[in-house]
Design a protein. Structure first.
Length: 210
């Protein structure tokens, strides 16, 4: 069963239910972020959505605004706090994205929305991940998440684009709940970091540019 109307209906119903159910947790998380990291509580950033069109993603803040002596922002791994890592490991930083789902900018399930600057670094095949709405969770997230290489992550994203259906979405949501409880795949491969490395382009893309 592959119905975009049903997918959208499920997105709205589940996102609204989750917001109501998790409202106390969301309020507590917002309070702790305010106390430990200060304002703003919500992190906003332009990300590519369906067709690569930009939208503003909402997440709980997990990093400090820190700069070097030349006024350049420090790398993400140096700015994320211990509290921020806890939010990421529990996936609590993703809760505000439920608002993006209700607004229709994201789906519950789909390829994760990455950085705008990555758009020019994709191969044509990798760019196909934007043929569907980005998701809070996705096929790559339940098959390794941050432990995956960029190449493997994109292959899983494209597999989802070609094979998604409503039953698969429900399966991914169920597997996501299990992964969150087990805290699987939160850290990048070979490290204890919760921050993914920068995607600089695939080998094929680099060759085509030379």
């Amino acid at each position: 069963m592959r119905s975009t109307k049903l997918k959208r209906s499920l997105d709205i119903l589940i996102a609204l239910f989750a917001l109501l159910l998790l409202l106390p947790l969301i309020a507590l998380t917002a309070l702790l972020v305010r106390l430990k990291l200060g304002a703003p509580v919500i992190f906003r950033q332009r990300r590519p959505g369906l067709g690569g069109r930009p939208f503003i993603i909402y997440k709980f803040r997990t990093m400090l605004n820190l700069y070097d002596e030349n006024g350049r922002e420090l790398p993400a791994e140096q700015r994320v706090t211990t509290f921020g890592r806890l939010l990421r490991r529990a996936s609590l930083d993703e809760l505000p994205e439920l608002v993006n789902v209700i607004k229709g900018e994201m789906s519950l399930v789909g390829p994760r929305p990455l950085r705008m600057r990555y758009l020019s670094r994709y191969t044509p095949e990798q760019y196909r991940r934007h043929e569907v709405k980005p998701g809070i969770t996705g096929w790559a997230q339940v098959n390794g998440r941050n432990e995956l290489t960029w190449e493997d992550r994109f292959k899983l994203d494209i597999w989802y684009v070609d094979n998604w259906n409503n039953w698969l979405d429900l399966k991914i949501l169920w597997l996501t709940a299990i992964s969150v409880l087990k805290r699987e795949g939160v850290s990048a491969r070979g490290s204890d970091s919760t921050v993914m490395s920068e995607f600089m382009g695939s080998a094929d893309q680099c060759k085509s540019m030379n």
